[in-house]
Design a protein around this ligand. Structure first.
Ligand code: HEC
Ligand code: HEC
Length: 327
């Protein structure tokens, strides 16, 4: 059997960061709680729901103000109809607690880097709070301040208003909303060693709790593919074995979907058909999504997107950064 690339080692528990179960319990409640959105009308789970493989079953997400859940969620009607779809497909949240992950989002706009003293290159630049337990936790604070995802429009609520001043102005307001609820306040005191009273809870503990939940809940390395990699020759059907051989052989999918996580964590331009409003930059003369270039400003990065990991990919249609492929 001809294999262009060597097979990855099996993914194991050692490949994941440790997270605290008590903190994850708080994260679970928060993940499903609309309190984290400016207008208290959307939760993380609206776009990342277990029923839809931790995504939403939509090509392009429908953010705050939308109605319903999953593929039947709509933009609303009449005056209440929301103004803009989310320009990108909501990815599934599998295995995001892996130690090796260093780039998040389709365009990699959050990465582990020395750019700022806080250890991350992120949209918050030097205003990023400190103390996150993982890149996953750092990611969790960004949907909160995205106008069309969770924050809402200026003048509608105090969160959206605060962001208008500076990106980090809204996080303390959200943290206060959560910690003044006695049940939440007490849980934080119990789960975090350095929190002695609820008023010490900041967005960092909230994000760390969300990360603990996502990482512990959606770790997955027990698929037939994983069993086969570990040496169980009967784990895959004959058809699956042929696909496996193509993937790691002639089709060379593993050139990019490489390693234990099935991603090189780099950016490639596959030329997906443009679809929807795109993450159009302010100065762009037309609707388009230039992908990685929007972040790096390097011409060679135009239309490049991050290679997604592929475990559980059967659960997270539609596919591609803009959901252009229905199944
Ligand atoms: C309105 C829908 C929506 C909501 C609400 C939402 N997300 Fe997302 N999420 C997305 C989309 C779309 C992306 C991809 C954005 C991009 O890459 O440009 C994303 C990306 C992510 C990623 C990055 C995954 C990766 O592989 O890089 C994580 C983690 C995540 N979301 C967690 C959360 C958490 C935690 C919350 C709540 C605090 C949340 N999301 C709320 C739609 C949503
Ligand atoms: C040159 C690098 C490269 C090669 C080779 C490659 N892929 Fe990908 N793959 C990507 C990138 C980058 C994306 C995301 C593209 C986008 O969203 O614009 C992607 C997306 C995907 C997706 C969609 C995942 C999702 O969650 O939306 C699947 C499935 C996939 N690839 C499977 C394959 C298979 C099967 C092969 C071999 C036939 C393959 N890829 C070869 C880089 C590659």
């Amino acid at each position: 059997m001809a294999q262009a690339t060597s097979l990855p080692e099996p993914l194991t528990a050692d490949d994941f960061l440790p997270f605290d179960r008590q903190q994850a319990k708080i994260g679970q409640l928060l993940f499903y709680d609309k309190i984290l959105s400016g207008n208290r009308n959307i939760a993380c789970s609206t776009c990342h729901h277990p029923e839809f493989g931790t995504s939403d079953g939509l090509s392009l997400g429908i953010g705050e103000g939308g109605v319903g859940l999953g593929p039947t969620r709509t933009a609303g009607t009449g005056d209440d109809r929301i103004k803009k779809r989310i320009p990108r497909n909501a990815p599934g949240l599998w295995n995001l607690g892996a130690k090796d992950l260093r780039v998040f989002f389709h365009d990699g706009r959050l990465s582990v880097a020395e750019t700022f003293e806080n250890g991350f290159n992120s949209p918050a630049e030097e205003w990023l709070p400190e103390g996150f337990n993982s890149i996953l936790a750092t990611q969790a604070i960004f949907p909160l301040v995205a106008q069309f995802e969770m924050a809402g429009n200026p003048k509608e609520n105090e969160i959206a208003g605060a962001i208008h001043d500076r990106i980090d102005a809204a996080w303390p307001i959200l943290a206060k909303r959560v910690r003044v609820i006695p049940e939440y306040g007490e849980m934080f005191v119990e789960a975090f060693d350095h929190i002695n009273s609820p008023d010490q809870v900041t967005i960092t503990e909230i994000a760390n709790a969300l990360a603990a939940f996502m990482a512990l809940e959606w770790t997955s390395y027990d698929s037939p593919f994983d069993a086969y990699l570990s040496g169980e020759k009967e784990a895959l059907t004959e058809a699956q074995k042929r696909g496996f051989l193509l993937f790691y052989g002639k089709a060379n999918c593993a050139a990019c979907h490489s390693g234990k996580l099935m991603s090189d964590q780099r950016f490639h331009a596959l030329g997906l058909p443009p679809f929807g409003p795109g993450r159009t930059r302010r100065f762009d003369p037309m609707v388009r999504d230039v992908g990685r270039m929007g972040e790096s400003d390097q011409l060679e990065d135009s239309y490049r997107f991050r290679t997604p990991m592929l475990r559980n990919v059967a659960l997270t249609a539609p596919y591609g950064h803009n959901g252009a492929y229905r199944r």
